[in-house]
Design a binder for this molecule. Structure first.
Ligand code: DX5
Ligand code: ZN
Length: 220
């Protein structure tokens, strides 16, 4: 099990009409990362945020911008998100066609590189890049929308990846995204996750609730 857990609220569940204020509020409430879900209407059936929004939000926090790119092709847009102020850039193993090249591109821009797996993709899809990435993101829902139910079968994938990561002599975060609430948080932490993305559970109830929401996800 990982020693300390980081909470990465997804601004997908924030009030889009007040995104700057929402980022400030979730930062003040104790978020470790600000998770930004980028969707293109092609790789996933929804369209959300582009690099212009990331750039506009950058002055609102010094916390890590954890940018999850659910887009294909992805390579042509990595530079724009890096320039906009992303700290971690996570791409999907399924976005193709050359995962290793995409990760080299991210690292070459001086950013932390993450790789994400959809629920239907086995852990083996990241094995060859394990020594090269800073973060692995296990999707515990099919990407595209907030508010979906956690897919239990992903716990075994998390355990497998935790086993592999623990054989490395460097830090690789293991992040889980989708359907995370106080109950599923505890299950994924036990399985070995050390970064939890939460949209609905973090932003529910408005700014006055954010600190308590985050506290419940941490489990203490
Ligand atoms: C889904 C996104 C998630 C999502 C999580 O495609 O990547 O980050 O916003 O939302 P909840 O926590 O509501 O499942
Ligand atoms: Zn995400």
């Amino acid at each position: 099990m990982a020693s300390s857990v980081l909470i990465a609220p997804s601004i997908l569940s924030a009030d889009f009409a007040k995104l700057g204020e929402e980022v400030c509020a979730i930062d003040a409430a104790g978020a470790d990362y600000v998770h930004v879900d980028v969707m293109d209407g092609h790789f996933v059936p929804n369209i959300t945020i582009g690099p212009g929004v990331v750039k506009a939000l950058r002055p609102y926090t010094v916390k890590t911008f954890d940018v999850h790119l659910m887009i294909a092709p992805v390579d042509p847009y990595v530079g724009a998100f890096a320039e906009a102020g992303a700290d971690i850039i996570t791409v999907h193993a399924e976005a193709g066609p050359h995962l290793h090249r995409t990760l080299q591109l991210v690292k070459g821009l001086g950013k932390k590189a993450g790789v994400s797996l959809n629920p239907g993709t086995p852990a083996e899809a990241v094995r060859e890049v394990l020594g090269f990435v800073d973060l692995i993101l296990v999707m515990s829902v099919n990407p595209g929308f907030g508010g979906q139910s956690f897919i239990e079968s992903q716990l075994e994938k998390i355990r497998t990846l935790r086993g592999w990561i623990d054989t490395l002599d460097r830090t690789v975060h293991l992040e889980v995204d989708g359907g995370i609430n106080a109950e599923t948080a505890s299950a994924v932490i036990s399985a070995g996750a050390d970064v939890l993305v939460a949209g609905t559970a973090a932003f529910t109830g408005g700014p006055d609730r954010y600190a308590e929401n985050i506290r419940q996800l941490r489990g203490y």
